[in-house]
Design a protein around this ligand. Structure first.
Ligand code: BES
Ligand code: ZN
Length: 602
């Protein structure tokens, strides 16, 4: 029989608001607590094969249920003895349930398996798709529910496991994980990892490639392909400082090291907060450190998300809203208030667009979502990110920064290595902040209501007002802003300038801007992508289709792909969109092809 602490571990899953509709696991009956993973990566057959062995606890359960999606399972053992397992159901989103029979005394289950071409988490890249074009590459993306496609697991953010792993890769390559990593290649291609802290399975991650390591500070560094290493170390040169500032704000960093790996351009996200090792797109290497708020964001997840984790994907705003808020505070500490205000204003613009796209009354504009029966990816909108962050800024404005920071500090330390549901957060907030201050704030409206409440705080920025004036003058009279003004502009001011362009502006004016500023060939991916979107809506894109095509073929970051393909579709040129997509699709990760297939092929 289980001892009382184990019982209570299981019991925490009994409450209704913690029920994860995206996992088959039944954690109130039996859970995995530690994973021992042993895999070999074969780049010829594009398979990872080996075993996943789990320590488990249960209360006399007759079985334990794991999530699997498209895995080839050859054998399952319980405490060293082969058992008859069964795989039930085959949901296109959730995958299947792996049922493993248990006895009262069972302590360990071991699944021998191999991945196949249906492993949606994994992208196997040919050398041509890498920066150096010499060696193949592999990376995984687990969030939200893709880990089950490369590791059989209880794939729910409310469940935490520690892990250790052994991964065998071709001799020339190096493997890294969201765990302790070496900084040099091994001679035999064998790599060993340990993640002592308990993490939800969506944070287990693996990358394999021709990697080198560069140090940034005492606790920080960068992994990248050799030709990108120097640039990356420069670009992320402020990481150590960011880490210190983050600790000053919200308490000690509890994951030992913080490193970043720069992935090939097909990585479908800007960044992914895999613990100890953020996975990042190379499109943030702008040469001038102007896009590193993304690193602040992924670093902030080391508290919001990785220490205190959303209990289900319906509570996603607890991960992302807190992280955007925290990211902005790091940027403010690093570069000052004016800079942080520009970032939060760009976020506010994104929020307004998102609400317009989703519809002011849409349930998808609630912070607390209901994603049951849908892909949790559908919840990955600016509502979680920006409505979430603005909600926290609103509370900050009511209680004052000092009290709010104190609250957040305690929130992270009291809930570390735990998950949190929206209801639990509401209770925690009332008890630890609002009740004692006698505050009556429209919390429910923010969390359970549609659209943006009246008391949404909006920053103001003198810098952005100057940009608006400069654009206004240009639009009215064709006079370009003076160089002594634009010379001072940061990437964010340029983005604001581009966002201000009216799509109905004559193409001639687009040409004037392009001749002067060469946005079409900008080395800054955010500027290029924002410009291409405007150009598509305007019709000017016909002059620069080759450049847009080359960008879409090379880059697989979904945040850039969706607006560009969508703009082509909206402008009635689905043909160009499909022609480009046909060439580009093979370069994209499944996360991006799923979205683009739905947008362009349905
Ligand atoms: N955790 C997210 C990425 C994610 C969310 C992956 C949901 C899968 C499902 C990550 O922290 C993130 O938010 N990345 C952003 C960057 C950020 C600066 C807003 C991105 O990739 O654009
Ligand atoms: Zn995030």
């Amino acid at each position: 029989m289980c001892s009382p602490p184990q019982d209570s571990l299981l019991q925490q899953y009994a409450s209704a608001d913690r029920k994860d509709t995206h996992s088959h696991a039944e954690p109130s009956k039996a859970i995995c607590t530690h994973l021992n993973l042993n895999l070999k990566a074969d780049f010829k057959s594009k398979r990872l094969s080996g075993f996943a062995s789990y320590d488990i606890i249960h209360d006399n359960a007759s079985e334990i249920i794991l999530d699997v999606k498209s895995l080839d399972i050859s054998k399952v053992e319980v405490d060293g003895e082969e058992v008859k397992h069964s795989i039930q159901g085959n949901d296109p989103i959730k995958g299947s349930a792996l049922h493993i029979p248990l006895k009262q005394t069972s302590k360990q289950v071991k699944i021998h398996y191999s991945t196949n071409s249906g492993a949606e988490a994994v992208q196997w890249l040919d050398p041509i798709q890498t920066a150096d074009k010499k060696y193949p590459f592999l990376f995984t993306q687990g969030q939200a529910i893709l880990t089950r496609s490369w590791i059989p697991c209880q794939d729910s953010p409310g469940i935490r496991i520690s892990y250790d792993a052994e991964v065998q890769v071709p001799k020339d390559l190096m493997a890294v994980m969201s765990a302790s990593n070496t900084t040099v290649k091994s001679t035999d291609g064998l790599y060993k990892f340990q993640m002592k802290q308990a993490i939800p399975p969506y944070l287990i991650a693996l990358a394999i490639g021709d990697l080198a390591f560069g140090k940034v500070g005492a606790r920080t560094g960068v992994y990248a392909e050799p030709s990108l290493l120097e640039k990356s170390v420069y670009e992320f040169g402020e990481m150590e400082k960011m880490l210190e500032l983050a600790e000053d704000l919200y308490g000690p960093y509890l994951w030992d090291r913080y490193d970043v790996i720069v992935l090939p351009p097909s990585f479908p996200f800007g960044g992914m907060e895999n613990p100890r090792l953020t996975f990042a797109t190379p499109t943030i290497i702008a040469g001038d450190r102007s896009l590193t708020s993304l690193i602040a964001h992924e670093l902030a997840h080391s508290w919001s998300g990785n220490l205190v984790t959303n209990a289900t994907w319906d509570d996603f705003w607890l991960n992302e809203g807190f992280t955007v808020y925290f990211e902005n505070r790091i940027m403010e500490a690093l570069y000052g208030k004016e800079y942080a205000e520009m970032l939060s204003l760009l976020g506010h613009q994104d929020l307004m667009h998102e609400v317009k796209d989703l519809g002011t009354h849409s349930h998808d504009t609630h912070l607390k979502l209901n994603l049951s029966g849908r892909n949790p990816d559908d919840g990955m909108t600016d509502i979680a990110y920006e409505k979430g962050a603005h909600f926290l800024r609103m509370i900050e404005s009511k209680v004052g920064r000092e009290a709010f920071d104190q609250f957040l500090n305690t929130y992270f330390s009291e809930n570390k290595f735990k998950s949190m549901s929206t209801t639990e957060f509401e209770v925690y907030l009332a008890k630890n902040l609002l009740d004692e201050k006698g505050m009556d704030i429209n919390i429910k409206e923010w969390i359970y209501g549609a659209g943006i409440p009246e008391n949404c705080p909006v920053s103001t920025s003198d810098k952005f007002q100057n940009v608006e004036r400069a654009y206004g003058l240009f639009a009215e009279s064709g006079i370009l802003p003076e160089e002594k003004i634009t010379d001072e502009w940061t990437t964010h001011e340029w983005l604001h300038f581009i966002r201000n362009i009216n799509k109905d502006e004559e193409s001639k004016l687009f040409a004037v801007l392009d001749t002067k500023y060469n946005f079409t060939h900008s080395g800054n991916s955010e500027i290029a992508a924002a410009w291409y979107e405007k150009a598509i809506h305007n019709g000017y894109y016909k002059e620069i289709t080759a450049e847009i095509e080359s960008f879409l073929i090379n880059v697989g970051r979904r945040k850039f792909l969706t607006p560009l393909y969508r703009a082509l579709k909206e402008e009635g040129d689905i043909k160009t969109a499909r022609d480009i997509y046909e060439k580009a699709r093979q370069n994209y990760h499944s996360v991006s092809t799923q979205t683009m297939d739905a947008l362009l092929l349905d």
